[in-house]
Design a protein around this ligand. Structure first.
Ligand SMILES: C[S@@+](CC[C@H](N)C(=O)[O-])C[C@H]1O[C@@H](n2cnc3c(N)ncnc32)[C@H](O)[C@@H]1O
Length: 345
């Protein structure tokens, strides 16, 4: 059996950070008009799976084709049951990568427990070297936390790891139109902090999003962004960074608003996306979700990971390439290198 699936699992809807650009939309907007279309994410948890449903599915991962589980959300580490779930997934023999806003890592015992559980990677989101710029777009709901806490969270995790091999610690940055220089600047900050990998990701916003004009790249930004990415590639400050192929995808995604074709796509073959309500999709891309035929709409609730992916093809032919899916390349193809696991394969 091929054990080569990456499951991107949006575990919970809620998050204590209210990023203005978040894929999950904003609580304020969703209170006024709750989203009702298929696959639309929200921080207002309406029908997140129960702990029992989640645990039951996780217990079927052993002996399944799932190789890696990337736990995101919402904020996974704010959910009290997250650490027990991670233990179950690790015991099932899967790699575990956590995507976090970093603030929970400052709470007593969390970083130490992630080390103890041998979590493979922790990707912390930080968009800017400038606290004010980061916190304007990534404000905490309480107003009490920000850039300094994220940095403190990274430091707490690195301290807890000590000289041990795991988890590998990385920074994920959303790259926005006004600040392409953050690509190399945040990498340098990461290197100073002692992290292991850095992944820049292009902002993805719908054209009718209120921040689209301010933050989304236009084709004219392509050259500057490409230069920054090339500089990162040439001098990654000692960090692991996405492959040249992933960087090319980044550049081609921002060079057009139109879709594109990916002939040998891993979505629906080696990558699947789970939403907090359990819905299972081939990819988190909203275009691909919208194009999913009714017979492909599935859920992990009550499902068994050992049979759920039966009949998957070696790759799919996707005509929905966009900024919304480009972040999947580092997650699927580059992750072994980011986690320093290539040599052990
Ligand atoms: C949705 S968050 C969930 C995990 C966790 N709460 C965090 O803050 O990292 C996962 C990643 O998606 C990024 N992200 C959210 N909305 C985005 C958007 N519209 N475009 C690009 N990246 C986005 C976040 O910055 C973060 O790095």
């Amino acid at each position: 059996m091929r054990r080569d699936i990456t499951l991107l699992w949006g575990l919970r809807s809620r998050c204590a950070v209210a990023c203005l650009y978040c894929y999950f939309g904003t609580v304020e907007e969703h209170k006024v008009s709750p989203p009702d279309q298929l696959g639309i994410l929200s921080h207002i948890s309406r029908n997140d799976l129960s702990r029992e449903e989640i645990t039951a599915f996780a217990r079927t991962l052993e002996g399944s084709p799932v190789e890696r589980v990337v736990i995101a959300g919402g904020e996974p580490l704010d959910w009290p049951a997250a650490l027990d779930l991670i233990e179950i997934i690790k015991n099932a023999g899967c790699e575990v990568v956590i995507a976090t806003n970093g603030i929970p890592l400052t709470r007593p015992g969390i970083a130490e427990r992630l080390v103890e559980l041998r979590v493979d990677g922790v990707s912390v989101s930080l968009d800017s070297v400038d606290p004010a710029s980061n916190d304007r777009l990534r404000p905490s709901r309480s107003g009490k936390f920000g850039h300094a806490d994220v940095v403190a969270g990274i430091q707490a995790l690195l301290r807890a790891r000590g000289t041990g091999p795991a988890p590998r610690v990385g920074i994920y940055s959303v790259v926005m139109r006004p600040a392409p220089q953050e690509i190399t600047q945040v990498a340098r900050l990461g290197a100073e902090l002692g992290v292991d990998y850095f992944v820049p990701q292009p902002i993805s916003l719908a054209p009718d999003h209120k921040l689209f004009a301010e933050l989304a790249h236009t084709p004219e930004d392509t050259v500057t962004v490409a230069q920054e990415l090339a500089q990162l590639q040439a001098d990654p400050a000692g960090l692991e960074v996405p492959s040249p192929g992933s960087m090319l995808r980044f550049v081609s995604a921002i060079s057009t608003q139109a879709g594109g074709r990916v002939q040998e796509c891993f979505g629906g073959a080696q990558l699947f996306f789970v939403q907090p309500d359990g819905s299972l999709w081939d990819c988190p891309s909203d275009r691909r979700i919208a194009a999913t035929p009714a017979e492909r709409r599935r859920t992990i609730a009550g499902a068994d990971a050992r049979t759920l992916f039966d009949g998957r093809p070696p790759c799919t032919d996707c005509s929905h390439f966009s900024r919304d899916c480009v972040n999947m390349w580092p997650l699927v193809l580059d992750m072994p290198r980011l986690l320093n696991k290539e040599s052990s394969r």
